[in-house]
Design a protein around this ligand. Sequence first.
Ligand code: PRP
Length: 214
Amino acid sequence: MNDTLTIAVSKGRIFKDALPLLAAADVVPVDDPDTSRKLILDTTNPKVKLVLIRTSDVPVYVEYGAADLGISGKDTLLEYEGNGVYELLDLKIACCKLMVAGFPNAEAPSRQPRIATKYVNSAKRYFAEQGKQAEIIKLYGSMELAPLVGLSDYIVDLVDTGNTLKANGLEPLEHIADISSRLIVNKASMKMKHATVKAFIGKVAEAVAARNPA
Ligand code: PRP
C-alpha cells in the first residue's frame, strides 16, 4: 500500500494559517519556506511532502494527481473549471468575503456597468443570479485601481479588514460569498490511499474543531 502523501499549498497567508493545522497532523516543514527556495518541502513526517505552488495552481495539481491533497481558498475553487477535485473540510483559515465594491453613493451608470475582477466566473454567476447585465473585465491584481481611473464602475474582490477599499475611497456594497481555505483531494488518492487520507483528515478536523468551538 502506498501510504505517502503529497500536499499542495500556496505560500503566504494560507500557508502560515495552515501550519498549526498541519502540525496537529504531525506535519511540520523541515525547511523554513520563507528562506528556502525549495518547491518541495520535506516534513517531520517522512511520508508527507509539501509542494509550494501558486494559489490558482493548487486544484490543478490535485486534479491531475501530482498532489494527493491541497489547501485551496474557496475563491480559487469557485473559479476553478476543472473536474475531479473534492472538498473534504473547511479549514476555517484565511477567512474573508468576496464582495462587490465601488464608490460610496455612486449613481449606477446609464450603460451596462463594468466590473473589474480576477474572479470572472464568480462575478458572472453572481450578476446572472441577480438578473443583472454586467460587462466583466478580467484583471490579475490591484482591482481597487480600476474604478479610480475609470476602467470600471465596480470591482469584485476579496475583502478582509476593508482597509484596502477604504484607502482607495471605495466601500463594500454587496456580499457574494464567505471565503475560507478548504482541504481538497482527488478521487484516485481518496480511493487508493483511503486509510492514510482519512487518518490525516481526522487529525486536521480535530484541530479545526479545537480552534473553532461551536
Ligand atoms: C487581497 C484583496 C484586496 C485585499 C483586501 O489582496 O485582493 O486587495 O487583500 O484585504 P483588506 O480588506 O484587509 O484590505 P492580496 O493582498 O491578497 O493580494 P492580491 O491583490 O494579489 O490578491
